[in-house]
Design a protein around this ligand. Structure first.
Ligand SMILES: [Zn+2]
Length: 330
């Protein structure tokens, strides 16, 4: 992503993490992790770097169980649906991603936005693309935060889609008192680490990556670009908005290494996520429209770049973890 905006972010980060600016308030160890993250991010993952290394906020030990706020103005979130690969469609918003993976026996939907926009973006988006929402057989939820699980109940109630989620995240939905004023999805398929959700000629491999939430799922699946198969590494949870404890950071860091290994073993050359902030989905979708024959697909970044993504998340988490153990340096 070589554009002026990301260049500006790099200049900003260089000032912030430069050897003189950081020396007074931090240890060499923290600095080393931040520099490693910045180098791994390059121009490809400035959004992830900014979120995790520049602006992570400490989170209290008890997460609040609150109702989602009112729907924001439609023009702040609405995005048109789009075909992204031969068998993968975007039905997300400007900020959050939802993906429809199509196969011979139906559709696997990955993530479901908020309750307020899932009807228009997902159900409406599939119809606009000529796809039948009733053919969504599985809905995989990366984690049970309201910006990804919002449409699960709709898909379950209206189309009988099977909902797949990590066990601890099903638990958090069941325990929530205030989080689901319009009703909760009923517990359905509890994901196992390594489980394959297969549907006709397509399938998604689930990788348990606890950290962002205790039940976070990442994924490996295959898409086709003009018939050419490509492997996608899908990161299911990114920000550090879990209680800031050393144990939680250890869990998160372990999951980043685990997903990096799974992506490498599967030879993943495409990186995707559930926020445009992390995978630039909305920008890349615009680029697809002007792609010329022979040009690489904007989402195909290569195996080495996919690996660097998980270095960014892991190194930023290492820095944040060290800051917890050195309160005088915060
Ligand atoms: Zn989340």
């Amino acid at each position: 992503m070589k554009n002026r905006a990301s260049g500006a972010v790099i200049v900003f980060l260089s000032c912030l993490f430069g050897p003189t600016a950081f020396a007074q308030n931090s240890t060499d160890a923290i600095d080393a992790h931040l520099i490693a993250a910045r180098e791994a991010a390059g121009f490809d993952f400035t959004g992830t770097l900014a979120r995790l290394c520049v602006a992570p906020q400490p989170v209290p030990n008890t997460l609040r169980d609150v109702a989602p706020g009112p729907a924001p103005a439609r023009d702040t979130w609405f995005a048109e649906p789009a075909k992204v690969f031969d068998n993968l469609y975007f039905v997300g918003s400007k900020i959050h991603n939802s993906w429809a993976l199509t196969g011979t026996d139906g559709i696997i939907l990955i993530d479901t936005l908020w309750t307020y926009n899932s009807e228009e973006e997902i159900v409406g988006g599939l119809k606009k693309l000529g796809l039948d929402p009733a053919k969504v057989k599985y809905v995989i939820i990366s984690h049970a935060h309201p910006d990804h699980v919002g449409g699960a109940k709709l898909m379950q109630d209206r189309f009988g889609s099977r909902i797949v989620m990590g066990g601890p995240d099903w638990d958090s939905i069941e325990k929530s008192v205030n989080g689901y004023p319009e009703g909760k999805p009923k517990r359905d398929i509890v994901a196992d680490d390594g489980q394959k959700i297969a549907l006709g000629d397509t399938a998604v491999i689930l990788i348990a990556t606890p950290g962002h939430t205790p039940g976070t799922l990442s994924m490996i699946f295959t898409v086709k670009d003009n018939g050419r198969p490509l492997t996608v590494a899908y990161s299911g949870g990114t920000a550090f908005n879990f209680p800031s404890t050393v144990g939680n950071f250890d869990m998160y860091i372990k999951s980043q290494s685990k997903m990096a290994a799974a992506a490498a073993a599967a030879n993943a050359t495409v990186f995707m996520s559930n926020h445009s902030e992390f995978d630039y989905a909305t920008t890349k979708i615009r680029l697809i429209a002007s792609r010329k024959p022979g040009e690489p697909h904007p989402f195909e970044i290569g195996k080495e770049a996919v690996a660097r993504y998980f270095v960014v998340t892991g190194e930023c988490a290492q820095a944040a973890r060290l800051k917890l153990t050195q309160p005088l340096n915060q």
